[in-house]
Design a protein. Structure first.
Length: 72
């Protein structure tokens, strides 16, 4: 196990409540390989997460699985 439940929730809580975050930012642990630790800060985004085809496919699959459609 990499993190406790508490440590795993910290990045989400930080992003939702801190005055030091940027809109659209990505936050996570600042420890070993950005997968461990209780110090939270801006984290790097994986190359695959920036790929438009991956983003579109994830959105499509999410809508199919949840049966919820979002149309701006």
């Amino acid at each position: 196990m990499l993190n406790t439940d508490y440590a795993g929730a910290l990045p989400t809580l930080y992003a939702a409540t801190s005055r030091d975050v940027n809109g659209g930012g990505y936050y996570g642990p600042q420890g070993f390989l950005e997968v461990r630790g209780s110090r939270i800060g801006e984290a790097s985004v994986a190359r695959q997460a920036k790929d438009a085809s991956n983003v579109g496919r994830l959105w499509q699959v999410s809508e199919e699985l949840t049966q919820v459609r979002f149309r701006p």
